[in-house]
Design a protein around this ligand. Structure first.
Ligand code: ATP
Length: 222
């Protein structure tokens, strides 16, 4: 059976989630208090309704507890976001993802039982900053305060070298999870694979180790 999602709040963030889930063939209920926004998503989502998610009876009548995953994408109105999340938790929704507006908002959401709190502006800022500092860092995903996954573009320093030559695990404490070359992805590459300029390496490790490796091996200017 198809997974059923509900997206509450159809701003840029909620709207984009709604579109992407629908494109992936999921069943999506789009909810917003703003009729124009709901009309805009009528042909995108499976169902789109004008409703106020802070109204407990409305949530019940929508059968919100039966959805596999509910995304709360109300940003500016922190009070509504918190109240909605609280009611979703009380109604026993299995997976609740909420967009936080700031660190205090995030703290409260975690306390009241949101299963996942996302901070898209902050996270995207961090990712873009990493990419600005080093053009070989294509993407960056923070796993915790200490650990990350990064996508690094192979340049001339590593061109033609094998993972054994570079001795990445021993020297830098990082692990290469996969190498993307054009359309092919080599997951858990063997140590004797030779890197080519333009390969994309997906690396996991402690931030300090990734930084050292980045500067030593991926800082090419060309
Ligand atoms: P974004 O930064 O994602 O573009 P935004 O600034 O467009 O968001 P927000 O104020 O963060 O808008 O709210 C997102 C959407 O949530 C808006 O379309 C708003 O109408 C809707 N919304 C706000 N409160 C509720 C509520 N209680 N129930 C349902 N929808 C709501």
């Amino acid at each position: 059976m198809k997974k059923q999602f509900a997206v509450i709040g159809l701003g840029r963030f909620g709207g984009s989630i709604c579109e992407s889930l629908s494109k992936q063939g999921m069943e999506v209920l789009a909810i917003d208090t703003n009729e124009d926004k709901v009309n805009r998503f009528a042909n995108v989502a499976t169902h789109a309704v004008v409703a106020d998610s802070t109204d407990e009876n409305t949530l019940k009548s929508l059968g919100i507890r039966n959805f596999d995953h509910v995304i709360v994408a109300i940003g500016d109105n922190i009070q509504s976001s918190i109240l909605t999340t609280l009611m979703l938790v009380e109604q026993g929704v299995k997976h609740i993802t909420v967009k936080a507006q700031n660190d205090y908002h995030e703290k409260v959401l975690n306390k009241i039982g949101a299963h996942k709190v996302v901070h898209p502006e902050r996270d995207m800022g961090v990712r873009i900053a990493h990419n600005i500092v080093s053009k070989n860092v294509l993407d960056y995903l923070e796993l915790s305060d200490e650990y990350s996954i990064v996508e690094l573009m192979a340049g001339t320093t590593v061109n033609g070298k094998t993972l054994i030559d570079l001795d990445i695990r021993a020297k830098y404490g990082c692990n290469i999870m996969a190498i993307k070359r054009g359309e092919t992805i080599d997951v858990s590459p063997s140590a004797d694979v030779s890197l080519l300029k333009g390969d994309i390496l997906i690396v996991i490790g402690a931030d300090s180790d990734i930084n050292r490796m980045e500067h030593a091996l991926f800082d090419d200017e060309d």
